[in-house]
Design a protein around this ligand. Structure first.
Ligand code: CU
Length: 172
């Protein structure tokens, strides 16, 4: 008995998509300067001599399992140089990273991939339990920014705060 193998016709579906269908209009420009740690949208490292105000920020865990900054909202004026006096009153290590939200989100994704990564950025401080630290920062642009702990899981547990820079010339 013979088995006949007949050639099967193979239909190749070529899916053509309308690639020319249009791109985003009014796309956002990238803030390439942020990586440098200077000329960031949020401002630049400040000098102690220029400090006009000290803001104390506490890091801690709560009994109901959240991780927080206290206060979780800070308002500053454009042009102001602020000393952030940080204290970790929690039982875990925490960090304070000052940036715009997109940069913090990117940084957080990076830390999720490389949890051991250490950084020595002027806009960030990492504190072991009981430790204190400070960041002196000059806010050169008005807008909505953020301070956040980007250690994996902490942001999701509530460890972020709003930092609003107000242009006093525009509001007065
Ligand atoms: Cu934390």
């Amino acid at each position: 008995m013979k088995t006949l193998l007949t050639g099967a016709a193979i239909a190749l579906l070529s899916v053509t998509t309308a690639l020319a269908a249009g791109s985003h209009t009014g796309g956002h420009g990238h803030d390439d300067k942020a990586a440098a740690g200077q000329h960031m949208a949020i401002g630049k490292p400040g000098m102690a001599a220029d400090v006009s105000r000290t803001v104390e920020v506490e890091m801690l865990e709560t009994d109901d399992g959240r991780m927080i900054f206290r206060p979780d909202r800070v308002d500053v004026k454009r042009g102001e140089t602020v000393r952030f006096s940080l204290v970790n009153n929690g039982e875990l290590e925490h960090e304070f990273v000052l940036d715009h939200m997109a940069a913090n989100a990117e940084h957080k994704a990076m830390m999720a991939k490389f949890p051991e990564m250490e950084h020595d950025d002027p806009n960030a401080a990492r504190l072991v339990p009981g430790a204190t630290g400070e960041i002196i920062w000059t806010f050169t642009n008005d807008g909505g920014f953020e301070f956040a702990c980007l250690i994996p899981g902490h942001y999701e547990s509530g460890m972020r705060g709003d930092l609003s820079v107000i242009d006093t010339l525009a509001t007065n």
